[in-house]
Design a protein around this ligand. Structure first.
Ligand SMILES: [Zn+2]
Length: 256
């Protein structure tokens, strides 16, 4: 899929990340994605390397959802990670689909929706990159998305331990002053309860997997897919996501 006009410049994201990082070694580029429009680095940032508790925060798998990418940059810029560095190793994937980010397309340069391709043989490079990071599961993984059909924030939650069941509602409560919660009983074809979609699924029976299911299959304890409503200004989407990140990390912090 080739779109002719760039909406955003991915180099700006790279420059901002490099300026923020006090240790450029934190920024790792193991994969580069070659496209007709140029070569894009797939960026991984690891903070608190070696800490025992591990969280993964990722964004930009759908290129036309810039709010998540901006959230990761702001998270670093505002030094929000610092209060977790005593016990957490946080891995950030600021933008899994940089081509889509630049051209404002959900899909990658091959016209593929990357978040449908985590169960196929020979997936696109961006998926290979994300899979390589999830080889051992995380205690917590958070994927930042946006929905252009929703009037409010909602989330998908899939966790192993029942004692953390309340995390989704807790997150939504923390951000409802910034963005209303989508209270529909059905959202995007799934049954929802007060903005939380937590359906029981038999992963092995599913034809396709999004990234969250792959993560779950590799042993991640709590997978959260967060959906901000695109009809709100970018600032509100970013603030809502930042609030969600803090609430989720605090929920698991210190002996939870
Ligand atoms: Zn999305």
């Amino acid at each position: 899929m080739t779109s002719s006009r760039k909406i955003y410049n991915f180099q700006t994201v790279i420059d901002r990340l490099e300026n923020i990082s006090n240790d450029p070694n934190n920024i790792e580029i193991s994969h580069t994605c070659k496209t007709a429009a140029g070569i894009y680095p797939l960026i991984k940032i690891v903070l608190g390397q070696g800490n025992t508790r591990r969280a993964l925060i990722s964004a930009g798998i759908h290129g036309d959802e810039p709010g998540g990418v901006e959230t990761v940059v702001k998270f670093l810029q505002e030094n929000r990670h610092s209060s977790y560095m005593d016990e957490w190793e946080i891995t950030l994937l600021p933008c899994i689909n940089p081509y889509g980010y630049e051209f404002g397309t959900r899909e990658n340069h091959q016209g593929k929706d990357l978040n449908r391709l985590f169960k196929v043989e020979n997936p696109p490079l961006e998926v290979v990159f994300a899979q390589s990071i999830m080889e051992t599961g995380f205690e917590l993984s958070i994927e930042l998305h946006e929905d252009n059909e929703s009037k409010g924030y909602y989330l998908y939650q899939k966790g192993v331990d029942k004692k953390h069941e309340g995390i989704g509602l807790k997150i939504l409560n923390s951000l409802k002053e910034i963005m209303p919660v989508n209270l529909d009983e059905e959202i995007d074809g799934s049954k929802a309860d007060k903005g939380v979609i937590g359906k029981e699924l038999d992963l092995s029976a599913m034809e396709w997997w999004p990234m969250a299911f792959y993560s779950y299959s590799r042993g991640t304890q709590m997978c959260l897919t967060l959906e901000a409503a695109s009809c709100f200004e970018l600032n509100a989407r970013v603030d809502a996501h930042l609030s969600a990140l803090n609430t989720a990390l605090n929920h698991f912090h210190k002996g939870s």
